[in-house]
Design a protein around this ligand. Structure first.
Ligand code: UDP
Length: 294
């Protein structure tokens, strides 16, 4: 059996469906605080908070740990809440899995690097997170890597495309495809070519595929595309006009992954570009105008 915490969330649910397609026996652990029952297909659901979840680890081959809040901006406002749900609760939940020798695949983030010292960012580069989200993800990484259990850490850059339903939505691409009028761009005074932040966007289907390889290989891997797009470039691709606002707290200027290690060791590379992310996000919204709560 494979346990997936946060399996009803955005990235988790895409991985759950990919695992089910491969025929895996999947148990989702999710309190549905931000996830959706409808997103996990025919996988089993244990609907409980991570802090209260109990699993018989003797029958588990691997656990994917996704469950966490994911907003950089919210983490700046609510650092204690992020300490609890990005570090304390997962640590307590995973400790018995470690004792049982269960393989752990942990959803981490490019936010662990903070303002990077060089671009593209390699996995061993310095980590100085600039927000509580990144700090607590890094703390859990360090705990897991020091535990001696078989472990894979996946550091996501900006996942986009496909079925995505955050409430409230804060991410660039899903907001772009579901709003109208001038689009609020947070900051145009960053030290980048057009003054807006540069991010590395990776398609959710490519990302989900990497998780299947991660089952068989331990280590720490960046998962991005290796290409950077400014916020203004993404607006142009989506056909939207900007209205400039002040910077959002906690945003580094530029994040681009070096994905050489994932290519070499996970035998993974992304196949879909930013156009496909915008397109598949639009397609899903057109079919599901009210998201999962249609
Ligand atoms: N962004 C923006 N307007 C929005 C939402 C996001 O200008 O309404 C910018 C944000 O400041 C960042 C980039 O888009 O530079 C990507 O933000 P997102 O929240 O999608 O992902 P993050 O990089 O925070 O994980």
């Amino acid at each position: 059996m494979i346990v997936v915490t946060g399996g009803a969330g955005y990235i988790g649910s895409h991985v759950v469906r990919a695992l089910r397609t491969e025929g895996a026996d999947v148990l989702v652990v999710d309190d549905l605080r931000t996830g959706y029952r409808e997103s996990i297909g025919d996988a089993r659901l244990l609907e409980v908070e991570l802090a209260a979840a109990v699993v018989d680890w003797s029958s588990v081959e691997a656990v994917y740990h996704f469950a966490a809040s994911t907003s950089v901006e919210e983490s700046v406002r609510r650092p204690d809440y992020y300490r609890q749900n990005c570090f304390e609760d997962p640590k307590n939940f995973l400790e018995p899995a470690i004792q049982a020798g269960v393989k752990i695949i942990f959803s981490s983030t490019a936010a662990v690097y903070g303002e990077p010292e060089r671009i593209p960012i390699r996995e061993d580069d310095a980590k100085h997170p600039v927000n509580p989200y990144g700090e607590n993800k890094l703390a859990l990484e360090n705990f897991l890597l020091a535990s001696g259990s078989p472990c894979t850490v996946l550091r996501y850059f900006n996942a986009a495309g496909g079925a995505e339903d955050h409430r409230p939505e804060t991410h660039l691409i899903p907001l772009l495809i579901s709003s109208e009028g001038l689009f609020s761009v947070f900051g145009n005074d960053y030290p980048t070519e057009d003054g807006t932040c540069i991010r590395d966007y990776v398609h959710i289907d490519d990302l989900a595929r990497a998780h299947l390889s991660a089952l068989r290989v331990d280590g720490v891997f960046n998962l991005g595309s290796g290409n950077g797009y400014s916020v203004l470039e993404i607006l142009t691709l989506a056909g939207r006009e900007p209205r400039f606002e002040p910077r959002r707290a906690g945003d580094p200027a530029r994040l681009i992954a070096d994905i050489g290690r994932a290519h070499e060791i996970l035998n993974w590379q992304p196949e879909l570009g930013v156009d496909a992310m915008i397109e598949s996000a639009r397609e899903w919204r057109a079919r599901n105008p009210n998201g999962y709560r249609g």
